[in-house]
Write a protein that binds this ligand. Structure first.
Ligand SMILES: Nc1ncnc2c1ncn2[C@@H]1O[C@H](COP(=O)(O)OP(=O)(O)OP(=O)(O)O)[C@@H](O)[C@H]1O
Ligand SMILES: [Mg+2]
Length: 469
């Protein structure tokens, strides 16, 4: 806690950080918090899962005045789930203050939001569309807003949101402090951002450290048709605690999650076409471990922090290197290890290499597991489970029955039959997965981009980004 104290954080926040189990600041917190307390604008780039939320959250709570009134701080996020999560983290940091953060996002009853706004939260965490809606209705006014944070800033400035962001920023005071945070910050986006910022401080990670070393990265070369069976084998062999399977399209997510359920796995899908209450329910079940496998579009790629995610599977190769970085960053968070495995069809190998070039990390090739590997994996799991039970004890009331059985049959047959019963044997229930086309290597100016070419200007598309998720 000394190191947090040395940053000039007040006691009531220190107390909250203590309660949250934070012992010392992460690098982005160590560097970023003093700059922000000083009042400077900032572009803060730090790896996934390294505490960027608290890096802006602590100074935000610190600077907001206690009296409720107009909105003093705004955090913008690209997805609804992230708005909820960030608001929760801010409220944890501010639990011993009188400062409140309210999430405001599309898909939730607007009247309910208006009611909550009447309690005058000092901070609002919002998706841009719904915030604009409230601004038009006059239910949110930003004249008193002194701090604006763009979480996942490159995403917010890259796609659809740019016009909304410009409009939101234009209604706040010129004196405001503007903060941009993300694990990825492509140069053109950074240039674009300059016009929203006044003489910003810059905290950057080195290119070769974009992905975290804690996440082992592998790929498997495979046909589209093989993907589903191989995924099942991998789940059997690796038995992740919690895992996320990323698919390219909503249809893909629906089909893969349905197919996994059919084969007896505990899986649910999440994407932008589901109702918000369904999205909320799925994510809640995943956080609680009721669902072990989350099948998702890129809607879950950015910012989501779920502890216990040990594996990320890219069922489909992501469209761009940034998406890869964020997807695999759902594991290996807050110092935990993780494993990321990407399925690649042979025509996509070039695309995989362009990802490696951006992240400056080699993605290691892994052989496709056979059925025999999967069977072996399942049996190993069962034996582990059995031995754990032996260790735990508390089975004396079965011993009489066991002795009785052993007088009638040999022990090997009995044990083998018991193992079989305990094993979740893979079955080949037929499932329907529609084939997807390979990721296209983007072409620029009509020419295929040579692999050593400079990174490309991201396309800025107006409004509506719903296609993506
Ligand atoms: N100083 C700290 N000590 C221990 N845990 C921390 C600390 N700071 C943050 N955490 C925890 O680490 C996890 C990841 O933090 P957070 O979600 O802010 O990461 P992030 O950098 O925003 O990642 P992403 O780029 O994926 O959005 C959270 O569970 C958070 O509570
Ligand atoms: Mg984050």
């Amino acid at each position: 806690m000394q190191k947090f104290k040395a940053l000039g954080i007040s006691n009531e926040i220190i107390r909250a950080l203590n309660e949250m189990g934070f012992e010392e600041p992460t690098p982005i917190q160590l560097e970023g918090i003093p700059v922000l307390l000083e009042g400077k604008d900032l572009i803060g780039q730090a790896q996934t899962g390294t505490g960027k939320t608290a890096a802006f959250g602590i100074p935000l709570i610190e600077k907001v005045k206690k009296h409720p009134g107009m909105v003093q701080g705004i955090v913008l996020t690209p997805t609804r789930e992230l708005a909820i999560q960030v608001a929760e983290e801010l409220n944890r940091i501010g639990q011993f203050t009188e400062i409140h953060a309210l999430p405001i996002y599309g898909g939730q009853d607007i009247q309910r939001q208006i009611k909550a706004l009447k309690r005058h939260p000092q901070i609002i965490v919002a998706t841009p569309g719904r915030l604009m809606d409230h601004m038009r209705r006059g239910t949110i006014k930003l004249q008193d807003t002194q701090m604006v944070v763009l979480d996942e800033a490159d995403e917010m400035l890259n796609m659809g949101f740019i016009e909304d962001i410009e409009q939101i920023l234009s209604t706040t005071s010129d004196e405001r402090q503007t903060l941009l945070f993300s694990a990825t910050m492509p140069r053109p986006i950074q240039n674009l951002a300059q016009r929203f910022l006044h003489d910003p401080a810059l905290i950057k990670i080195k290119a070769k450290e974009i992905t975290i070393p804690l996440v082992e990265q592998h790929y498997m070369e495979i046909n589209d048709r093989q993907k589903f069976d191989v995924l099942c084998r991998l789940l059997d062999i690796q038995s992740p605690e919690l895992s996320i399977v990323f698919g390219r399209t909503k249809r893909r997510v629906d089909e893969v999650s349905e197919a996994l359920k059919k084969r007896g796995y505990s899986a649910e899908g999440i994407h932008g076409d589901l109702t918000q209450s369904k999205r909320d329910a799925v994510l809640r079940q995943f956080r609680e471990g009721i669902v072990d496998i989350l099948v998702a579009t890129d809607v879950a790629a950015r910012g989501l922090d779920v502890s216990g995610v040990t594996h990320v599977y890219n069922f489909d190769l992501p469209q761009d290197p940034e998406s890869y970085v964020h997807r695999i960053g759902r594991t290996g968070r807050a110092g935990q290890p993780g494993l990321a495995l990407t399925f690649v069809i042979s025509r996509e190998l070039e695309h995989l290499h362009s990802i490696e070039q951006t992240t400056k990390r080699k993605i290691l090739r892994m052989p496709v597991p056979t059925m025999a590997d999967a069977v072996e994996g399942q049996q190993r799991l069962t034996v582990e489970k059995l031995l754990n039970q032996v260790e735990e004890g508390n089975y004396d009331h079965y011993k009489g029955r066991a002795e009785e059985l052993l007088t009638e049959m040999d022990s090997v047959s009995l044990l083998a039959a018991a193992l079989k019963m305990l094993t979740k044997e893979s079955h080949s229930t037929p499932v329907k997965i529609t084939e997807e086309l390979p990721v296209r290597v983007r072409t620029y100016g009509g020419n295929r981009r040579p692999s050593n070419a400079k990174k490309v200007v991201p396309k800025i598309t107006p409004r509506n980004n719903s296609w993506k998720y």
